[in-house]
Design a binder for this molecule. Structure first.
Ligand code: ADP
Length: 251
């Protein structure tokens, strides 16, 4: 902009830093392309099964049953993907805003225990019983989602014989919320990538239809907003511990 003031000529130069905006646009493009790729697999499967059902399998009840079950499974998979994608989008928009609420970890553990141990279909999960109310800064709903994602992973990938342990530990600086399983463990080389969107360890990729590869990415973004950290310790053949370390300060 050029402004003439008496005999002087002033030039204003306005600078915008669009680095983060550009970065966000690139991430968004990458996300849309990954998401389309992930959705294409179940859509193609459903299309193929429908064609068979309308063609050669039309009058065969056994084929019909089997294929309809597969279509149902693929639909559930797509639903899980869409739900996780929406959660991730929502959380990413507020990633830089630290929540200004606090909640009681004792209440959170009791709430989770009721959900998981009242449901007979689930494996038994043992929870640390906190003696007194223990407040920490953060969003109750979001940390509950973090714990649910970690417990569900422990149930999905852990061993069916041994129970899962959800523990609470306190240090000077952190409230540590741990989810421990005695499953197959995770190879050291995979650990740094687990929180990347759509990352799945190849050995678990095909077995789990409810796997979207987005659960730990959601965990990472929620924790970032809380200035909290995710610690992963795992040993092949022994199991894994996923720990959420929340700063020990209440607003
Ligand atoms: P999802 O479970 O939907 O695939 P996640 O982001 O939650 O996505 O997990 C990423 C990958 O990390 C999983 O696909 C699985 O291979 C591995 N993983 C996560 N939790 C565990 C666990 N407790 N034990 C073994 N592997 C795990």
């Amino acid at each position: 902009t050029v402004i003439k003031q008496e005999e002087q000529q002033l030039i204003f130069i306005r600078l915008y830093n669009i680095t983060s905006e550009k970065k966000f646009q690139i991430l968004q493009k990458e996300f849309v392309s990954n998401a389309s790729h992930e959705l294409r697999t179940p859509i193609s499967a459903i299309q193929g099964y429908c064609e068979t059902l309308l063609g050669v399998g039309k009058n065969d009840p056994s084929i019909r049953n089997k294929f309809l079950k597969t279509i149902q499974k693929e639909t559930l998979r797509m639903r899980a993907l869409v739900n996780d994608m929406l959660s991730l989008f929502k959380i990413e928009r507020f990633e830089h805003e630290v929540p200004d609420t606090s909640f009681d970890i004792k209440f959170l553990f009791e709430d989770l225990e009721q959900i998981y141990n009242d449901n007979n279909k689930q494996k038994l999960i043992s929870f640390t019983k906190l003696k007194t109310a223990t407040y920490t800064s953060g969003s109750y709903e979001e940390i509950r989602q973090v714990m649910t994602n970690l417990i569900e992973n422990a149930t999905k990938y852990g061993s069916s014989e041994k129970s899962i342990e959800v523990k609470y530990k306190k240090s000077d600086r952190y409230h540590e919320l741990q989810v421990k399983d005695y499953g197959p463990g995770i190879h050291r080389k995979d650990i740094p990538f687990l929180t990347n969107r759509f990352y799945r360890v190849s050995s678990t990729r095909d077995k789990n239809t409810s796997s979207t590869g987005l659960g730990l990415a959601i965990v990472k973004h929620i924790l970032k907003r809380h200035n909290a950290q995710l610690k992963i310790v795992s040993e092949i053949g022994k199991g894994s511990i996923f720990s959420v370390c929340m700063p020990n300060n209440v607003v």
